[in-house]
Design a protein around this ligand. Structure first.
Ligand code: ACO
Length: 321
């Protein structure tokens, strides 16, 4: 038994922040942001708009694409690091919005790799026969936790949500998922406050994402390079059999380095970073949905999804779409 993606959906908040807008907020330039990251604009949530709001729209789009109704859903698994509340979790809030009762609903956090973690967990529920119709989401509102005075991070992050519906299938589907983490690197990329630390920095107005970008960059390229090789080798595939690389959208230069490692021309990589920035957990399902809806990603093609984030955490999925 395997799981297969029966439908995809995504949602971006209406408000757009351009590089020119950022030039008015911090000491930066459109040229610096474009050449170092590939980002030109990004979507950011409006006052009062939450991760669950974005997740709900993405979920409804995915359900419509899969031809299922909320009553068919028997598992909700959300990857997010920016929940609306400490509890109930985003999965539960979303369950209520969709009018679903009783099925397991939870969220898990693995920074930018959260969607790959959620997909891997939901895939196991489906493969074991415990779910016949799983709703899997990556959604984040990272702009809520960045320091808008820190030019090194505020130009990178953005908001959004992406979702997929998983159903059981005799053939893959999701061929395999590969998850990893290494907590030694916790100081290179983190949000340095939280519940059991008493939100002391938040209260003092001193909290914000901290990143040693240069060091993260080098480790991300190296780690993702190994990850894509591991994922193909585990299933006996060669890199020339791959139709699409659907990477986490953190930096265009990282994406290009991984494509090069796979000998994949950029025409076979789904890139959304220019218009979306780094939407954390949402970036991979947003890129997948973009490719599906514009007709590039077709049924039967071989897809490699990968992501890397704070922790560090990283993960991949090899999928026959
Ligand atoms: N505008 C203008 N100048 C800037 C800006 C800015 N927005 N930000 C930094 N600079 C300056 C720095 O101060 C530095 O100046 P200096 O040389 O005078 O000291 C110079 O630009 C170079 O800074 P670097 O940090 O070395 O720039 P780099 O080329 O490494 O690019 C970047 C920075 C884009 C952050 C890159 O390192 C990167 O993409 N890192 C990886 C990010 C990532 O993958 N994160 C993981 C996923 S995110 C998650 O999990 C939540």
């Amino acid at each position: 038994m395997y799981s297969r993606i029966a439908g995809t959906g995504s949602y971006l908040p209406a408000q757009i922040l351009t590089n020119a807008d950022l030039e008015k907020i911090v000491d930066t330039t459109d040229e610096w942001i474009r050449t170092r990251t590939g980002i030109e604009r990004r979507h950011v949530v409006a006052e009062g708009e939450t991760t669950t709001d974005l997740a709900e729209q993405a979920s409804r789009n995915a359900m419509e694409a899969a031809g299922v109704s909320p009553q068919d859903i028997d598992l909700i698994c959300v990857g997010t690091t920016t929940p609306d509340l400490v509890f109930p979790n985003v999965g539960t809030l979303l369950q209520d919005r969709l009018g679903i009762r009783g099925c397991p609903a939870f969220s898990l956090e693995a920074a930018c790799a959260s969607f790959l973690y959620a997909l891997s967990v939901a895939d196991k529920f489906v493969r074991l026969g415990e779910s016949k119709c799983a709703l899997v989401i990556g959604a984040d509102t990272l702009t809520r936790i960045i320091d808008w005075k820190d030019r090194a991070t505020c130009v990178l992050f953005a908001d959004g949500a992406g979702a997929v519906i998983l159903k059981p299938c005799a053939d893959p589907g999701i061929i395999s998922t590969h998850l990893h983490a290494d907590g030694r690197y916790k100081d290179l990329l983190q949000y340095p406050d939280g519940v059991s630390r008493g939100f002391k920095l938040v209260r003092a107005g001193k909290a914000g994402v901290l990143m040693k970008g240069n060091e993260v960059y080098k480790i991300a390229v190296n780690t993702l390079g190994h990850l894509v090789t591991e994922t193909l080798a585990a299933n006996g595939f060669n890199k020339d059999q791959l139709d699409w690389l659907i990477p986490h959208q953190a930096n265009l230069r990282i994406i290009e380095a991984i494509a090069k490692r796979l000998d994949l021309p950029m025409e076979r990589v789904i890139v959304t970073i220019k218009d979306q920035g780094n939407t954390s957990a949402a970036s991979v399902p947003l890129a997948l949905d973009t490719g599906v809806r514009d007709g590039r990603v077709k049924r039967g093609q071989l897809l490699l999804l990968e992501a890397f984030g704070g922790g560090f955490t990283w993960g991949s999925a090899l999928i026959r779409y």
